[in-house]
Design a protein around this ligand. Structure first.
Ligand SMILES: NC(=O)c1ccc[n+]([C@@H]2O[C@H](COP(=O)([O-])OP(=O)(O)OC[C@H]3O[C@@H](n4cnc5c(N)ncnc54)[C@H](O)[C@@H]3O)[C@@H](O)[C@H]2O)c1
Length: 319
C-alpha cells in the first residue's frame, strides 16, 4: 500500500515539476527561473546537476547569457582557490583564466571528475589549473596546499578561501556535537591555517578573498552551525584586513545569497529547493559571484579592504 502511495506521490511530483518546468523562463538569468528539485549525496557533483549552472556566462541587459569578456585584469597573477572543482570556485577559476590568471584548486578526492572538467575549462583560455585533491579539515594539509602552489606557480597573489559545507537541521537540539565541530573544521579553521601559510609568501598588491554568506546577516535558523562559521568569516576578514592593509595586502569577503551549485541539491530539502530564490526573482548563478571575486582580486577594488560585498539578489542587510 505504502509503495503504491509512493508511486502516486512520485508521479504527482514529476507532473508538477514538469508543469513548473514549462512555465519557468528558459534563461537562468531571468526573473521566475527556478531550479528543478533534485538531490545528491554530499559533497555533490557539478556533473550530476540536472540543469548545469552558469559558469562562463554572465547576464546581458535582457537576462540572456553572454560569455564573460576579459580585459587582462589579472594578467600573470597566481591564485589558490579552495573548493575550485565546482560551483562558485569553478566559475572563479574560469573567470580568473579569462582575465589572465593561473590557479591551483583544492577539493575533496571524490570530486576529481569535476576538478578535471574545471581544468579543461581553464586550459581553454590558455591558462594553467593545477589540481590538488586534499581534505582541508586536516591542519597540515593547509600548509601542503600553500607549498604545492609555490612549487607549481612560484607565487601566491590571490587566496580565495571558498570551500565550505553545510547540513540543514531544524533546531539546535538536532545538531550533533560532531556536526558542529565538522562545520567549523571545514569552513573557518582552514581559513586561518591557509591565510597564515599563504601570507608568508604574499606581498604588496596581493589579496585574500573569503566566501561568507547572506546567512551570517539574516541568521538563517536551520543552518545554525554554518551561519555561525560565516559570521566568524566576516569578523576574520575585518581583523585580518586591519593587520595587513598598511602592507598593501587587502582582505575582503563576498556574501552570496542563494546560488545554484552542487551544495544545494547535496544539502537542502525538497521544500528548501522549491523556495530557493531571491528578491530579484531567481537564485544566482556561480558566474554572478565569480565576477565579484574578480573585482575583489583586481585593482578595480583598490580602495576596498575589510569589506563584505553582498551579492545576494537584493536582500538588504546591514554591514
Ligand atoms: N550556493 C549557495 O547558495 C551559497 C550561498 C552563500 C554562500 N555560499 C558559499 O559559497 C562557497 C562555495 O560553495 P558552492 O555553493 O559553490 O558549492 P560547491 O559544492 O560547488 O563548493 C563547495 C566546495 O567545498 C569543497 N569542500 C568542502 N569540504 C571540503 C574539505 N573538507 N576539503 C576540501 N574541500 C572541501 C568541495 O570541493 C566543494 O566542491 C561556500 O563557502 C559556500 O558556503 C554558497
Amino acid at each position: 500500500m505504502a509503495a503504491i502511495r509512493d508511486l502516486v506521490d512520485n508521479a504527482k511530483e514529476a507532473l508538477s515539476s514538469k508543469s513548473e518546468q514549462q512555465s519557468t523562463p528558459k534563461s537562468q538569468f531571468k526573473s521566475g527561473w527556478q531550479p528543478q528539485v533534485q538531490h545528491q549525496a554530499r559533497p555533490g557533483l557539478e556533473s550530476d546537476m540536472q540543469e548545469p549552472a552558469q559558469i562562463e556566462n554572465v547576464p546581458d541587459f535582457d537576462g540572456e547569457p553572454r560569455l564573460y569578456k576579459g580585459s587582462g585584469k589579472l594578467e600573470g597573477r597566481k591564485a589558490i582557490i579552495t573548493g575550485g572543482d565546482s560551483g562558485i570556485g569553478r566559475s572563479t577559476a574560469v573567470l580568473f583564466a579569462i582575465e589572465g590568471a593561473d590557479s591551483l584548486i583544492a577539493y575533496l578526492p571524490q570530486e576529481e571528475s569535476d576538478a578535471q572538467k574545471t581544468a579543461q575549462l581553464v586550459q581553454k583560455y590558455g591558462r594553467q589549473c593545477h589540481l590538488l585533491p586534499i581534505d582541508i579539515r586536516v591542519q597540515a594539509n593547509c600548509q601542503k596546499i600553500v607549498d604545492e602552489a609555490i612549487a607549481k606557480m612560484g607565487a601566491i597573489n590571490i587566496l580565495f578561501n571558498n570551500a565550505a559545507t553545510q547540513l540543514v537541521k531544524e533546531t539546535i537540539f538536532d545538531i550533533p556535537d560532531e556536526q558542529w565541530l565538522d562545520t567549523f573544521n571545514t569552513n573557518i579553521h582552514p581559513m586561518f591555517y591557509l591565510s597564515k601559510a599563504a601570507l608568508k609568501h604574499m606581498k604588496h598588491g596581493d589579496v585574500i578573498i573569503n566566501n561568507a554568506s547572506i546567512n551570517a546577516y539574516v541568521g538563517r535558523p536551520d543552518l545554525l552551525d554554518y551561519t555561525s562559521t560565516k559570521g566568524a568569516i566576516v569578523a576574520f576578514t575585518r581583523g585580518l584586513s586591519n593587520q595587513f592593509v598598511d602592507k598593501g595586502i587587502r582582505v575582503n569577503a563576498v556574501a552570496p545569497g542563494p546560488v545554484w551549485t552542487p551544495l544545494i541539491p547535496a544539502t537542502m530539502s525538497t521544500q528548501a529547493i522549491k523556495e530557493f530564490t531571491a528578491p530579484i526573482g531567481r537564485p544566482g548563478q556561480p558566474s554572478e559571484i565569480a565576477t565579484v571575486v574578480v573585482f575583489l582580486a583586481s585593482t578595480d577594488s583598490s580602495l576596498l579592504s575589510g569589506q563584505t560585498i553582498h551579492a545576494n539578489g537584493g536582500t538588504v542587510v546591514n554591514g
